[in-house]
Design a protein around this ligand. Sequence first.
Ligand code: ADP
Ligand code: MG
Length: 689
Amino acid sequence: MSRFWKPGTEKPRIVEDEEGGILFYSASPSSSGQGYESLRQRLPAYKYRTDILYLVETHATTIVVGETGSGKTTQIPQYLKEAGWAEGGRMIACTQPRRLAVQSVASRVAEEMGVKLGEEVGYTIRFEDITNPELTRIKFLTDGVLLREMMDDPLLSKYSVIMVDEAHERSLATDILLGLLKKIQRRRPELRLIISSATIEAKSMASFFSASRRIHGREDEEHGPRKVPAILSVEGRGFTVQMFYSEEPVSDYIRAAVSTVISIHDEERMGDVLVFLTGQDDIDAAIQLLTEDSHKRKQELIVLPLYSGLPRADQDLVFSPTPRGKRKVIFSTNIAETSLTLEGVVYVVDCGFSKQCFYNPMTDIENLVVAPISKASARQRAGRAGRVRPGKCYRLYTEEYFINEMSADGIPEMQRSNLVSCVIQLKALGIDNILGFDWPASPSPEALIRALEVLYSLGVLDDDAKLTSPAGFQVAEIPVDPMVSKMILASNDYGCSEEVITIAAVLSVQSIWFSARGVQKQLDEAKLRFAAAEGDHVTFLNVYRGFIESRKSSNWCHKNHINYHAMKKVDEIRQQLRRVAQRLGITLKSCEGDMEVVRKAVTAGFFANACRLEAFSHNGLYKTIRSSQEVYIHPSSVLFRVNPKWVIFHSIVSTDRRYMRNVISIDPSWLTEAAPHFYQNQLFNPRPH
Ligand code: ADP
Ligand code: MG
């Protein structure tokens, strides 16, 4: 048998293993794609190929449920293409909630089909379009990008089948998309929908799609696909996973995760470890701890991060098979819960938390918090250990907690998000009655009203809650948060569009600083070199100028603790935003160092996030003007400890306190200038202490 991998041969790949045995490897299938045939046929989805195609042919909507790794995402679009759904210039779309998943599955499918990514198989995520309008037949995209495509093509007429994948995640964009697709179906009976997910309450999704407002007479019933959705369950071949709970509640889950990894490595047989943490900061910290703690094991461990925004080369490392005698340890966010399949994982460590966004319409604050996951998520995470052979899952919480305290399901994002972007998109698509929209899960009326109010203040909606012309349509057109769009539009009036577009680009990436444990002091010193008294936004301009003057040098970035990949992304996004701006008639102009106009433009977009330093407090306590919420400047801000009297923030993160990220100082008179309705008289009322 040629199943043992020989060192030196190219790209070995796990094909299967034997119960209790070592993992076997064989050479990678040939690049023509033909070698994938047998791998593809071994996936659980393959057994259902005919059923899937039959149901799609005969039903307007097909719901496919199947566990992670069964082949839903990578196989179904290929089956559809093989069956002719992409003929006659039509396309097959498959949406994902996450950008990284879009890139990863698209390149996998291109590889399986033996085609070049960007030709027959392509993908589109915000700010990155790897498709060819002439050639692309299967297109992976985020659900948010598909929503944007509806602005130009409301019936999505180029697609014959749209597969909404990972529907169980209930992301905001997925839910909006489902509501809109249901409407499109009534206008386009030939369109087919596939809704697929790992764990959906398939029945509730099915009843959402069956409940039609009005039956269009008998003709509809007799011709064309059946309107009642079909449900198909793809049986996986998951192995049993043995569960372990921590005996006592865990106080520091990063440390607990790292020591669990070390004991797995010392005591358990070979097999990769997948650790679920909450975000990049956790992951970086854990990797640092593990590498410090495991000197003697260094030869045997391959320690890798996995989170969105990870550079391409690092993503590939995660997916490449583990060489014999080594053990891969992957520290991941939620993304490995269902969106991506990692082969070779036998051990899962689950910290029990994930980063979630919660919006409170009363305080008007959107918080990104580390919050407990649901039982449904915990089960998904555990299931990742049973892909290749019986596995083990270590839960860093007690069994009592799992049984009695974890909620059964998560809350759809729709019901815990700021709805400003959602409302503007629906308005731009001509949906005026937002409260009466047919939602898979209704948002709270308070959150909707709050969003309408903010959009009204931004000058995007008029008194009848219709998009204003041109401002409202322009804001909707720019593919960023409406507050950022508004800031860009305002920069035209202030003559500082070049600067403001740079700021908008920086705000679109996670962080331009390179942070790691143990280098905090150097990072702070590096920041000082760029720090501007006005705040973070102006500091970004200094960094970007330095980057351009260094001729975009990675060396320069390295010396200044700046993330080179992030800066390259900023540069790309900046070019795209400039093109959109020009199309909208914005004059590209620099204010040549006049930072007051830049701050005014920022205020024009972000006035709703204004805060005042509380007069009698010495530890930098601020309160939001709108709702008197207590907030502090984040230690990563250049204004930390500087504490100007009036500031505007870009976002809030909560840990022990609510911290403002990306802060700029302003003059309060600009607020009334930017949003007289919003602030009325509340600015200068003396407040009791
Ligand atoms: P599902 O969508 O049902 O979770 P996928 O279609 O994503 O399943 O994956 C099916 C199988 O394809 C996985 O079990 C895995 O073996 C393989 N696979 C998917 N993506 C990759 C990748 N990037 N690298 C290697 N194998 C992959
Ligand atoms: Mg999938």
